[in-house]
Design a protein around this ligand. Structure first.
Ligand code: GTP
Ligand code: MG
Length: 195
């Protein structure tokens, strides 16, 4: 598929099913803990500075944000998990919103699950991966902030993450940086293959 990635815009934000776009365009969702770099990933992939708003304030994105890309596909920015300063009630509400989207959305082609290359995956990261495997939703693991780790140590960190996730070797694993743009072409290849 030929996609002009420069032709992108935010389409809408949704709290539940009734607000999702009603067409058949394929969607790729971005999941990961708060602050891992989901919005930065979207901006980098679309060569935009601040299309998907990024901030130092974790837990800010509370809705599913749908981005139209060239009227051919969409990115769906999912609010981050694992933000400590969120009440139990808020967490439950978040859980229902994400679960509804991930388990019922026919447009969904794959989830880009982001983890921080610097750290072992959190319990929430492991749970997200297990959830996606359980529902047989195609997964692309993107390990972010690779620019913060010297290249000579990338392998070691990659192995640690794969081990902790009980990573399925048939899934994609991409080392990525929104600063250096490392991994961007690989990420596009993996995404286009899922559409
Ligand atoms: N060095 C470096 N910093 C990054 C990278 N990706 C994101 N960041 C920084 O990490 C912080 C969080 O990035 P966001 O993209 O807002 O994270 P998010 O996952 O969308 O966070 P929430 O919307 O709160 O869930 C920002 O200060 C980014 O500039 C990266 O690849 N390298
Ligand atoms: Mg965000």
């Amino acid at each position: 598929m030929e996609i002009n990635t420069h032709n992108a815009e935010i389409l809408l934000s949704a709290a539940n099913k009734s607000h999702y776009p009603q067409d058949e365009l394929p969607e790729i969702a971005l999941a990961g803990r708060s602050n891992v770099g989901k919005s930065s990933f979207i901006n980098t992939m679309l060569n935009r500075k601040n299309l998907a708003r990024t901030s130092g304030k974790p837990g800010k994105t509370q809705l599913l944000n749908f981005f139209n890309i060239d009227d051919k596909m969409r990115f769906v920015d999912v609010p981050g998990y694992g933000y400590a300063r969120v009440s139990k009630k808020e967490r439950e509400k978040w859980g229902r919103m994400i679960e509804e989207y991930l388990t019922t959305r026919e447009n969904l082609r794959a989830v880009v699950s982001l983890v921080d290359l610097r750290h072992d995956p959190s319990a929430d990261d492991v749970q997200m991966y297990e959830f996606l495997k359980y529902y047989e939703i195609p997964v692309i693991i993107v390990a972010t902030k690779a620019d913060k780790i010297p290249r000579g140590k990338w392998n070691k960190h990659e192995s640690a993450i794969k081990k902790k996730l009980n990573f399925d070797l048939s899934d994609d694993f991409i080392l990525f940086s929104s600063v250096s743009k490392a991994g961007m072409d690989q990420a596009w290849d993996a995404i286009l293959e899922k559409l």
